[in-house]
Design a protein around this ligand. Sequence first.
Ligand code: MF3
Ligand code: CO
Length: 265
Amino acid sequence: MAVADLNISTLTADEIVKMEKACRIVADVLNHMKGFVKPGVTTGELDAIVEDFILTRGGEPAFKGYEVDGKVYPSSACISIDEEVVHGMPGQRALKEGQIVTVDVGVRYDGYYGDSAFTYPVGEISTEKQRLLDVTKESLRRGIEQAVDGNRVYDIAKAVQTYVENQGFSVVRELVGHGIGRHLHEEPPVPNFVPGLLHRSRFPNAKLKNGMALAIEPMVNMGLFHVHTASDGWTVYAADGKPSAHFEHTIVIDGTTPKILTAME
Ligand code: MF3
Ligand code: CO
């Protein structure tokens, strides 16, 4: 698709206020989860805490009932442990000391969406896992820094990829960030890598404008970038079995200082 064919919506000031409300619930629930991610807790229990929190705040869990390729996602959060990259399904599994666990949450509120993910340490983790978390978080910060009026999608992609690869880790190719607003997933796709020539049409280098909302979400593997999907049809995991981290924020382009709507601190 040519860049000119893209249908990227921009939000009015009133709409941004609604986005802020949806995103505040997402950020608050991810903050809240810091107190619950501990050895022994099951991913199903964590999902129930996420869902209660969202409903109590008057939001709707955006992932529950969401359809991807004809499959309906059954839970409110995606919870991915260690080598699981994204879309881990909550269930009976209990967390163990030393793991890393990503909680990814989407909320719909008053017709608008927020989407954010955070990777937590479970108790004490290895220095290499801690470095993976630090690098992934910093790559998100560097990507967001490029989300300014007049820049392009590849400026974000390049900032994330360059930093991650210089640190010796790799960025996942199969999944990308996205526009967000009146829908959870909108144009443009926001890759965390600069697409090779053959993939440029799938990931157009759209120009960024004030009022565009993006979910920027680097998924960083400690080993190789290749991933597979598990037999449950959802869980995406690193093919080499090494740990993977994922941080995501919903932002709005606003001149030279992006507004991070899901900022946690
Ligand atoms: N969290 C994913 C994203 O950031 C979407 C999850 S889709 C679901 O785009 F179906 F798994 F919920
Ligand atoms: Co997202």
